[in-house]
Design a binder for this molecule. Structure first.
Ligand code: AMP
Ligand code: GLY
Length: 417
C-alpha cells in the first residue's frame, strides 16, 4: 500500500486528493499545505508549496512513495527536480520543462520551431521598440509578460493608450520583475482546455473542458481564476479533438523531448477554435483550476496507476477509462473577488450536499465551523447524462449552501445550454 504526498491547497488539489482516495493502492495521503475540505480526506501539513527543502525533508521522513505537484509555482521553484535528485518518485515537470508555461517566449519559439498552430508574435525587452511596433498594428493588441505573473501578465489593449500603460508597467516599472513582453496577433473564437497526462512523448488525454474566466453572468466583469467549468463541449467535433491531440498536444510533447526537457506531468493546452482552425493561446504545465474539479471525477481508472506511470516514465498498467457522463462545476466566491474581499465568514450546509463539493479556500474555526478563507471558496460539481441535467443539479445544490458573503454565476456551461 502506498503513501502519497499532494502539494497545493486549492480545489484542484482537493480533486486530486479525492481521486487518489478512490485508489485501492493508496493507504495514506498527506497534503501540503491543504485546506479544511482536503483535511477530511488527507492529513494536512503546514508546509508552503514552494518550500522545497521542507517538502523534501518531510517526504523523506515519512517514506512517501509518490508526490503529486499541483501549482505551477511549486514546479517553477524546482520541487520536482529536487525530489528526483533525492531518488523520490514525483508527478510533475522539471523546472526546465515548466518553461512551457513559465516563459511565454520559450513556448512561442517551441511552437514556431515544431509547427504547432498559434498566434503570430514578436518579443521585446525595450519599451520604445515595443510601443513603436504596437503603434503600427491593428487593435486590439495582445501583450503578454514573459514570466509567471499570477494570471495578471496578459493585457488585451483596445487602443494605443491602454497598450502604452501596459508596456510601461511591464517594461519600465518592472511590475512583475525584469522581463520581456510578447506581442501577439489577436485571435477570436471559443476557448477550451485540453488536459493531458504526459510522460515524454506518451500523451494520455483527459476529457475536454471549458473554464469561465469572468466574474459575472453573461461573461461580464473582471477576469478571475475561473468561476466554473464543465465537460461535454458542444462546439468541438471529434475531428477538432483529434486535430488538437495529434497536431498540438502530441507534437508539443515530442518537441519537449527533442529540446532535451521532456514533460512528466500534466500538459494543459489553452486552445481556441478560430475560423482558421484550432490554435494554442497558452500552454500550462499543470492541472487547470477549476477544470480539474470537473475532469477528474469522470476518471474510472486508478489515478495512482497513471500518476506513478508518468512519474516513472513507464506505461500505465491499464488504458484510462472515463465515465460516459458530463459534469458542471459552479464556483462560490467571496463577494468582492477578484478585487478586495473579507474572510472568516461561516458557511453552512456545504458538507451534506448531494454533490461533490471541493474546497478552494476554506479554514476551520476553533469550534470546528467551516469558514471562508480565500477569493474562490468552494466548487459544487454535479454530473449527468446531459449538460443541462448536470447544470440544474449543480445550481440547486450550490443554492443550498448558506453563506450570504458568497456569490456564484448562474450561467456556467451557457455554451451548452
Ligand atoms: P493567457 O494567460 O495566455 O491564457 O491569456 C489570458 C487570456 O487572454 C486568454 O484566456 C484569452 O482569453 C486572452 N488571450 C490571450 N492571447 C490571446 C490572443 N492571441 N488573442 C485573443 N485573446 C487572447
Ligand atoms: N483555469 C485556468 C487555469 O488553470 O489556468
Amino acid at each position: 500500500m502506498k503513501k502519497v504526498l499532494v502539494i497545493g491547497s486549492g480545489g484542484r488539489e482537493h480533486a486530486i486528493v479525492d481521486a487518489l482516495s478512490r485508489s485501492p493502492q493508496v493507504e495514506k495521503i498527506w497534503c501540503a499545505p491543504g485546506n479544511a475540505g482536503i483535511a477530511r480526506q488527507a492529513e494536512c501539513v503546514p508546509i508552503k508549496d514552494t518550500d522545497v527543502s521542507a517538502l523534501l525533508a518531510f517526504a523523506l521522513e515519512k517514506g512517501i512513495d509518490l508526490t503529486v505537484v499541483g501549482p505551477e509555482a511549486a514546479l517553477a521553484a524546482g520541487v520536482a527536480d529536487s525530489f528526483r535528485d533525492a531518488g523520490l518518485k514525483v508527478f510533475g515537470h522539471s523546472k526546465s520543462a515548466t518553461r512551457i508555461e513559465s516563459s511565454k517566449e520559450f513556448a512561442k519559439i517551441l511552437m514556431e520551431r515544431y509547427d504547432i498552430p498559434t498566434a503570430g508574435y514578436r518579443s521585446f525587452d525595450n519599451y520604445g521598440k515595443a510601443l513603436e511596433y504596437v503603434s503600427g498594428r491593428p487593435f486590439p493588441a495582445v501583450l503578454k509578460y514573459d514570466g509567471l505573473a499570477a494570471g495578471k501578465g496578459v493585457v488585451i489593449a483596445e487602443n494605443l493608450q491602454e497598450a502604452d500603460e501596459a508596456l510601461k508597467e511591464m517594461l519600465l516599472d518592472d511590475a512583475f520583475g525584469k522581463g520581456k513582453v510578447v506581442v501577439e496577433d489577436y485571435l477570436c473564437g471559443p476557448e477550451f482546455s485540453f488536459l493531458c497526462f504526459v510522460s515524454g512523448s506518451d500523451v494520455y488525454p483527459m476529457p475536454l473542458s471549458q473554464d469561465h474566466k469572468r466574474a459575472f453572468d453573461g461573461d461580464k466583469g473582471p477576469n478571475t481564476g475561473g468561476m466554473g467549468a464543465y465537460t461535454g463541449l458542444p462546439f468541438i467535433t471529434e475531428e477538432d479533438r483529434e486535430f488538437a491531440l495529434e497536431k498540438i498536444m502530441k507534437r508539443a510533447a515530442a518537441a519537449m523531448v527533442a529540446e532535451g526537457c521532456p514533460l512528466s506531468g500534466v500538459l494543459y493546452g489553452g486552445l481556441m477554435k478560430t475560423p482558421q482552425g484550432i490554435k494554442v493561446i497558452e500552454f500550462n504545465a499543470r492541472f487547470g483550476d477549476p477544470e480539474t474539479e470537473v475532469v477528474l471525477p469522470l476518471l474510472q481508472s486508478d489515478v495512482y496507476d497513471i500518476f506513478e506511470a508518468v512519474a516513472c516514465g513507464k506505461e500505465p498498467q491499464q488504458q484510462l477509462k472515463w465515465k460516459d457522463e458530463v459534469t458542471v462545476g459552479i464556483v462560490l466566491a467571496s463577494k468582492g473577488y477578484p478585487g478586495k474581499y473579507e474572510k472568516g465568514f461561516p458557511i453552512l450546509g456545504a458538507e451534506d450536499r448531494d454533490a461533490i463539493v471541493y474546497h478552494m479556500g476554506t479554514s476551520r474555526g476553533a469550534d470546528g465551523s467551516l469558514l471562508t478563507a480565500g477569493g474562490r471558496v468552494l466548487i459544487v460539481v454535479c454530473s449527468g447524462k446531459t449538460v443541462a441535467e448536470a447544470h440544474a443539479k449543480a445550481t440547486a445544490e450550490a443554492e443550498r449552501i448558506n453563506c450570504p458573503q458568497l456569490f456564484h454565476r448562474n450561467d456556467i456551461a451557457h455554451w451548452a445550454l
